[in-house]
Write a protein that binds this ligand. Sequence first.
Ligand code: GRF
Length: 190
Amino acid sequence: MSFARRARVAVFASGTGSNFEAMMNNTDREFDVVMLVCDKPKAHVIGKAASFGVETVILDPAKFPSKEAYETEIIEKLQRANVEWVALAGYMRLVGDTLLEAYENKIINIHPSLLPSFPGLNAPQQALEAGVKVSGVTIHYVDEGMDTGPIIAQEPVTVFPNDTEESLLQRIQQVEHVLYTRILSQITRS
Ligand code: GRF
């Protein structure tokens, strides 16, 4: 039995929040999710965080004079809650220098393809259009680029001949929902 202190993690999300929900429900999770940061006031993930009693910070970037001001406010909230790690899960904006410097090597992202193939939006659709037989999931450190930071873990997902964007995304997300918690448990432990 381990008595190691559990890391304090904030999840950043803009949308549905299926990864957030899976993380919260995962009984093998070895870290605490202490905050949800959301940039979209109407996002579904906000209701999910409320149902789990997770503190939620909703900040609309349009209401700030600059990206730096927006991220400075986020950092203040993170530090007040003693957040040590940031996990992006469908956070639909690039992280800026302000946040990257405050949480150097402590921000990770999950992406629905085997990077460096198919970065950006609609990765499953990109995979279908390219005709690849295997796609998958990538977890990586976040840098200033779009889905470009050092890769931490990858898991393949077979593309079936009759796959649609929806069916492929669904199978990819089944993998995401297990892999993200496993990898976060590993890297936050060390
Ligand atoms: C996930 O597929 C993730 O890979 C991508 O955005 C999606 C978020 O989905 N970055 P959800 O909001 O967790 O359901």
